[in-house]
Design a protein around this ligand. Structure first.
Ligand code: JHZ
Ligand code: ZN
Length: 408
């Protein structure tokens, strides 16, 4: 197996080609409904050094739905090499809630995970949990940010070719892909790679943010260039069917504002949950649902803008990708003074498309009196508890799912 790391230079702006998708990437149909336009935005995780404030790339953010397989997707595709092959600022293990999520997953599935492949292994948080249960693990991760980390790694994007050229065919007892399928343009090649690598009795676990949860929490700020697709059970089943895999089970998860865990196998019978969710989507995912989300998102932007304008001067917490999107929908006068984040690689940079600096959180929270807006609202419970435990007594604003204040 070739595990050598051959860093490819990140593409320069002049070589960046943004393409437009005119057909559904899952079922190929062309009858797409555009239902939300967030304008032209910078790349959400393209954090720049203090001396290079201008975004390297800006592209339209328009969300469209396929009437056939019920996938939603962005109209424009930024090449994956631009988004991930250089350094990548997001490190999943910084968030305590993510550790809890991965602990539970490893606790449930480690017994069947003799050989586990984690696609888009990021900082290795999940693989660390499986290793602790005695599993043999392989992480596949293209970003240069994680090159030196301990887990055994293929420094590459997951493709069918990668499976073939690394003797992975039929070997994986468990393949896990958390928060990556939504980032992939060629989903058929990705799924065929899984089909090929899976052992005869193996299972693949794919976790994705769920479109109906996105609608329910009005999470317009999770719509950005990395997230090319917004998945439904119908779309996941359509993709599995096309590759001779069976979608055997689905579960809704609360993580990341509402996600789906989908289980795939070579053979099996879909659970009652699969059948029920397919029926639910058939009933609920119609044109009025999309248009109503779009109207609610527009109202939420205005309400958040007003709340933040009234809080100025304030600081943000969590320079998440969703923070970039939210800030780029705001009136510049409603911007925070600073955004705090514990990820070392984010500190000293700026929120893309703005002049707002990202800094390490204060060491003495009892001395902080300005309001705090939790931009990483999906972790708001953990963050609020953390700030209160550290002695912060000021007002805390959480923008979504509904704008709210936590005051002592
Ligand atoms: P967080 C990421 O989105 C990126 P983001 C990606 N595109 C994806 O698909 C989704 O995840 C699922 C910081 N933080 O997790 C860490 C603290 O500093 O909401 C992060 O920078 N202290 C792959 O970026 C940010 O907040 C803390 O205690 O929207 C959270 O980012 C906590 C809890 C977080 O993901
Ligand atoms: Zn489709």
């Amino acid at each position: 197996m070739d595990t050598t790391v051959t860093p490819a230079p990140a593409p320069t702006l002049s070589r960046t080609r943004i393409s437009e998708r005119r057909a559904c990437r899952v079922c190929g149909r062309g009858n797409l409904l555009s239902y939300l336009d967030l304008g032209v935005q910078p790349l959400a995780n393209d954090l720049r050094e203090p001396n290079e404030l201008n975004p390297r790339v800006c592209a339209p953010l328009v969300l469209q739905s396929c009437a056939s397989c019920k996938l939603s997707q962005l109209s424009h595709v930024v090449p994956k090499e631009v988004l991930y092959a250089g350094t990548y600022a997001y490190s999943s293990g910084v968030s305590a809630g993510w550790h809890a999520h991965c602990d539970a997953l490893a606790g449930e599935y480690a017994r069947m995970g003799r050989f586990v492949i984690d696609i888009a292994a990021n900082d290795g948080t999940l693989l660390g949990k499986f290793t602790a249960h005695g599993a043999k693990v392989l992480g596949v991760e293209p970003s240069l940010s994680f090159v030196g980390l301990a887990y055994q790694k293929l420094s590459a994007f997951w493709t069918r070719k990668l499976v073939e050229s690394n003797d992975l065919i039929g070997r994986a007892d468990l393949i896990i892909a958390q928060n990556v399928l939504g980032h992939v343009d060629d989903v058929h090649d990705f799924m065929e790679g899984i089909k090929q690598a899976l052992a005869p009795a193996g299972r693949a676990i794919i976790e994705v943010p769920y479109l109906l949860s996105l609608f329910a929490s009005c999470a317009f700020d999770t719509i950005y260039h990395e997230h090319l697709s917004y998945w439904t059970v119908t779309a996941l089943k359509t993709l599995a069917d096309a590759h001779g895999l069976v979608l055997t089970d689905v579960q809704r998860l609360s993580v990341h504002g509402g996600s789906l865990r989908a289980i795939f196998a070579h053979e099996g019978t879909p659970s009652a949950a699969v059948t029920e969710m397919l029926a639910l989507e058939q009933r609920d995912l119609k044109r009025p649902t999309y248009m109503s989300f779009s109207a609610r998102a527009t109202r939420a932007m205005a309400a958040i803008n007003d709340a933040l304008l009234s809080a100025v001067p304030y600081a943000g917490f969590g320079a998440a990708a969703k923070c970039t999107v939210l800030l780029n929908t705001l009136d510049i006068r409603a911007y925070p003074r600073v955004v705090y984040d514990e990820t070392p690689d984010k500190q000293g940079k700026h929120v893309p498309g703005t002049r707002v600096p990202i800094e390490a959180p204060p060491t003495d929270w009892s001395a902080v009196h300005e309001p705090i807006a939790v931009f990483a609202w999906n972790w708001s419970d953990v963050i609020i508890r953390k700030l209160r435990d550290a002695g912060y007594a000021g007002d805390i604003f959480v923008p979504l799912p509904k704008p709210r204040w936590d005051c002592i």
